[in-house]
Design a protein. Structure first.
Length: 124
């Protein structure tokens, strides 16, 4: 199950990352430069999406023994980002602005990754 979750997150975040870079190349629309009209489009955030997605896909293709570790790292990282964005009211350490859609996405990713990590640690 962890491999399926990792694949889903890898493809999804890679897609968001590429879309983020593409939307930054075109003039801002009435959506305010948001990725898919929902998620913030800062270079740091788009880079995080790409890094998350590409490392997931790399783990699945080249280093299957690290899929469980990747799930743990992503779950904890996104849980901390979610917590920081809630505590700091839409910002993470003053580096990037996080909107409500971002917070919901990060929370869902953290819950999904941590749930799969805790459900069966041998299923990597």
């Amino acid at each position: 199950m962890t491999k399926h979750t990792t694949l889903m997150l890898g493809v999804g975040f890679t897609f968001l990352g590429f879309l983020g870079y593409l939307t930054s190349l075109v003039p801002a629309s009435d959506k305010g430069g948001l990725v898919l009209g929902l998620f913030s489009n800062s270079p740091l955030q788009v880079s995080l999406y790409l890094l998350t997605g590409l490392t997931a896909l790399w783990c699945l293709k080249q280093a299957k023994k690290y899929v469980g570790l990747w799930t743990q790292v992503v779950g904890i990282t996104y849980a901390l980002i979610t917590l920081a964005s809630v505590v700091q009211k839409g910002s993470v350490l003053g580096l990037v602005t996080i909107n409500t859609s971002d917070t919901v996405l990060f929370f869902a990713v953290a819950v999904m990754a941590l749930t799969h990590m805790l459900s069966d640690p041998k299923d990597a």
